[in-house]
Design a protein around this ligand. Structure first.
Ligand code: 3PG
Length: 408
């Protein structure tokens, strides 16, 4: 079942880009190693290179967010500029500013072929809030910067579900089109979803809990999730709702999300599967145990082999499998078992397969399994929501821009 109404959005091929000043919204929000503060997965930066290659005759201003204000991964974009330089094999200009004089001057001084990266968009307070598009157009960011651009290119598919000024504001006042990543994602996903068969199995890990809970409900309601196999922090929330984890998890909005998980389990009792066994860290060692044997203060870092076996039976009978979010602390070798095993199962299943999120696509590449997957996407939460059939703010902005452009 796929009832999305497809409006053709404009792409870079619809514009003469020579000498134009282009605002390119990308998503270079990367995992950051909390110890070294270095970028630990560069896939999203690598992907940006393809769009930049299509813009080589223009003056391009690249803009992205990194992390969330208050979180450890909320950093400047200087590191990203260096990684992008490596992938592009050329000089990338960088300015430690977003909407101030330094940024504006740097934009005005660009020559054809130049690429300038702005600092973290979320340094600008407005970019941390959701706006209706008409109000986003009135923000300081959009009113100040839009005067300097001829075109807005939206290519941050992983943040397509955010109605932030840089995503929905610029297209209100500038011609706008999709970049190569968004173009490819939308085309591939729409093709895949027209042929996707039941049973639909969703393997869900990761940590952005409120987003995940909302998406799970929509996926089930829209016939996109016959089985939801949970791991990671979202799995812990459901195990807490089942009263299988006795101590509080210590996460934001815990009571609220556990209550929502509880009501989802009540409403759809046959849909959810949660881990049987898990692994914890004991003085640097991996220790596996049944969930019921967990002690107070034990932190779950991975799923165990019984869970992998349980989930493998469901995955092997799937018509479509969508996997998003790691099963645990997979960056540590001791705890990469669950994530790697699940990816292996998905890659070797007969189902139509989609792997979502920067963490999993990097792990998949390392395992040499990327070619066995029908669609790999660095998008996480945005992709989950896209699959529910919900119209994402970025896609709506692009469709509106295309309608406006064609009616001229
Ligand atoms: C993501 O990684 O999901 C996107 O970059 C969006 O980030 P956000 O959830 O902090 O808005």
């Amino acid at each position: 079942m796929h009832n999305r109404k497809i409006v053709k959005v404009l792409t870079l091929d619809d514009f003469d880009l020579k000498s134009k000043t282009v605002f390119l919204r990308v998503d270079m929000n990367c995992p950051i190693d909390p110890e070294t503060m270095e970028i630990s997965g560069t896939k999203r930066i690598e992907e940006t290179a393809e769009t930049l290659n299509s813009l080589k005759d223009a003056k391009v201003v690249v803009a992205s967010h990194q992390g969330r204000v208050g979180n450890k991964d909320y950093t400047g974009m200087d590191k990203h500029a260096k990684v992008l330089e490596k992938f592009m094999n050329r000089k990338i200009k960088y300015v430690e500013d977003v909407i101030g004089e330094a940024a504006q001057n740097a934009i005005k001084n660009l020559k054809d072929g130049d690429i300038l990266l702005l600092d973290n968009l979320r340094l600008c307070a407005e970019e941390n809030y959701e706006f209706r598009p008409e109000n986003a157009a009135k923000t300081i960011m959009v009113s100040r910067l839009s005067k300097l651009f001829d075109l807005c290119v939206l290519d941050s598919f992983p943040s397509a579900h955010r109605s932030h000024p840089s995503i929905v504001g610029f297209p209100q006042v500038l011609p706008a089109c999709a970049g190569r990543i968004v173009e490819k994602e939308v085309r591939n996903l729409d093709e895949i979803m027209t042929v996707a068969k039941a049973p639909h199995v969703i393997v869900l890990g990761g940590s952005k809990i409120p987003d995940r809970i909302e998406a799970i409900k929509l996926l089930i309601q829209n016939g996109r999730a016959d089985h939801v196999l949970l791991t990671g922090l979202i799995g812990n929330v459901f195990m807490r709702a089942q009263a299988r984890i006795k101590s509080p998890l210590g996460i934001k909005m815990e009571d609220e999300v556990v209550a929502k998980a509880h009501s989802l389990i009540g409403e759809y009792p046959d849909v959810f599967a949660t881990p049987v066994d898990i692994a914890i860290d004991k003085d640097g060692e991996r220790v596996e145990m049944d969930v019921r044997e967990m002690g107070k203060g034990d932190k779950i870092y991975d799923i165990g082999p019984k869970t992998v076996e349980y989930y493998s039976k469901i995955i092997s009978g799937a018509g479509t499998v969508f996997i998003s979010g790691p099963a645990g602390f997979f960056e540590k070798e001791n705890f990469s078992y669950g994530t790697n095993e699940l990816l292996n199962l998905v890659a070797n299943s007969m189902a139509t397969t989609i792997v979502s999120g920067g963490h999993l696509t990097s792990a998949l590449k390392q395992l040499g399994l990327a070619d066995k997957i029908n669609h790999n996407s660095t998008a996480g939460g945005a992709l989950v929501l896209y699959l529910t059939g919900k119209k994402l703010p970025m896609i709506k902005a692009l469709e509106d821009a295309a309608i406006k452009f064609r009616s001229k």
